[in-house]
Design a protein around this ligand. Structure first.
Ligand code: PEP
Length: 248
């Protein structure tokens, strides 16, 4: 899976242009259908979902409210996202944890609401540079995943495939990436942790995110446990995004 996180970038015209190119491209690559997820800013979700139709490219969102509805000015609910055609939603991105002070508990609540509205969460987890240097990565991931596991346990229905994006904070937008062996160890830990704590999940897909480009994507692709990428900066340019996928 290749998930594009456009963050607060792209104009309506840029988004439409990307969608046109992506549609023409996927028409030649049926094997990619349902493996490309584009997460634009809120105003572009509906137009993009309409434009992409049943092309096989999926429209997602970058966040949702931890509340179901009500007096929360500026927030967008999981239900509203479902109404406009979002099928995936990124939650727990570090920019929301650090800049908007979102707690892991709030992220757990978002996951519950997304489950209720049949939107597949893409749960981001990852440690800071300091935590990495202190060898605290797994402790941090365990803390971040605890409310997610709680949400899974109390859900009435969960998606067939649950998606976790491992995004070390120090790798987001910095050009730095972890060593392949580090990634393999982290993926293996996430998988066994989730399997033992949330056995109701049938399948777990782990994405890597953080300064992904066509070169490092090529070298990471064979890492055991990797199920795709969450791509920020390089997803804003269709050609760069296509180069990461590696199919012309
Ligand atoms: C992200 O913010 O999810 C991300 C992975 O960004 P970038 O690819 O730009 O590091």
């Amino acid at each position: 899976m290749y998930a594009a996180n456009w963050k607060m970038n792209m104009s309506a015209g840029d988004a439409a242009d990307f969608a046109d190119k992506a549609k023409a491209w996927i028409a030649r690559h049926h094997e990619l259908q349902n493996y490309i997820v584009i997460c634009p800013s809120f105003p572009f979700i509906l137009p993009l979902a309409i434009e992409l139709g049943n092309s096989g490219i999926i429209t997602g969102a970058q966040n949702c409210s931890e509340f179901p509805h009500g007096a929360y000015t500026g927030q967008v609910s999981a239900k509203q996202l479902a109404d406009v055609g979002a099928m995936f939603c990124i939650v727990g991105h570090n920019e929301c944890r650090s800049l908007l002070h979102e707690s892991s508990d709030a992220i757990g609540k978002k996951v519950s609401l997304l489950f209720e509205h049949a939107i597949n969460p893409i749960v981001c987890v990852g440690e800071t540079a300091f935590e990495f240097e202190q060898h605290q990565t797994l402790t941090i991931l365990e803390q971040q995943l605890a409310p997610i596991i709680k949400a899974i346990k109390s859900a009435q229905s969960i998606p067939h495939e649950f998606i976790i994006a491992y995004e070390p904070v120090w790798a987001i937008g910095t050009g730095k990436t972890p060593e392949p062996q580090t990634l393999e160890n982290v993926f293996s830990w996430i998988l066994s942790h989730m399997q033992s704590k949330a056995p109701s999940i049938q399948k777990i897909r782990i994405l890597y995110g953080g300064s992904v480009d066509s070169l490092n994507a090529k070298s990471f692709k064979h890492i055991k446990g990797l199920g795709g990428f969450l791509i920020g900066g390089a997803s804003l340019d269709f050609q760069k995004f296509k180069n990461i996928v590696g199919l012309d």
